[in-house]
Design a protein around this ligand. Structure first.
Ligand SMILES: Cc1cc2nc3c(=O)[nH]c(=O)nc-3n(C[C@H](O)[C@H](O)[C@H](O)COP(=O)(O)O)c2cc1C
Length: 171
């Protein structure tokens, strides 16, 4: 558990996280993948229900068919591995988002690049991943050691705070 103190490095780390889509071809070590999955496991969820599970997709044939389940899945094709985030019965999409962010932050902390991926064809993904009835994969995260040229695809940065923030009432 981290303690609150001088958090400037942590703050810069959080603010600096970017989706990276270019990876080295080498596989992710078991130790690194386990560390990422541990961080996923420790994500907070609604009522601490933890209604999620994870499918590590790293077998090339399965990875290719999984990539066919979304419209913008080139990062999965390029990556040595992806984690499919599975909503178990009673799971919330919000919780899947939190898991994805934890996966990305933990990966970055150990030098692994990542990109969140939308899975558009839920039925097809369920077939590819062998999901039992009632489980759904809406999102995945591609993972790999960053290629030397890895950088954000969309250069726009972020909207300024004064476009985003209201106080007490939306105005
Ligand atoms: C819910 C969600 C779904 C996304 N789906 C995809 C996707 O299918 N393919 C992809 O390449 N990037 C996807 N992204 C990544 C976004 O394009 C990325 O977060 C955004 O462009 C900001 O990138 P940056 O952090 O590098 O600036 C997704 C992001 C989110 C939050």
């Amino acid at each position: 558990m981290i303690t609150l103190g001088d958090m400037s490095d942590h703050y810069a780390f959080v603010v600096g996280l970017r989706a990276l889509r270019d990876y080295q071809p080498k596989p992710i070590t078991e130790e690194d993948m386990t560390a990422i999955l541990e961080a996923a496991r420790w994500t907070g969820s609604s009522k601490n229900l933890q209604n999620w599970s994870f499918v590590v997709v790293d077998e090339p044939g399965v990875k290719s068919r999984f990539a066919d389940c979304g419209k913008f899945t080139v990062p999965i094709r390029n990556a040595p591995a992806a984690i499919a985030i599975i909503e178990e019965p009673g799971g919330y999409e919000f919780d899947s988002g939190r898991v994805a962010q934890n996966i990305m932050l933990a990966a970055a902390a150990i030098g692994i690049a990542s990109c969140p991926i939308t899975i558009h064809s839920h039925q097809k993904a369920a077939e590819v991943l062998g999901l039992p009835e009632g489980r759904k994969c809406r999102y995945a995260v591609s993972l790999g050691y960053p290629a030397p040229n890895a950088g954000p695809k969309f250069k726009g940065g972020r909207k300024p705070l004064d476009e985003l923030v209201h106080h007490n009432r939306y105005s």
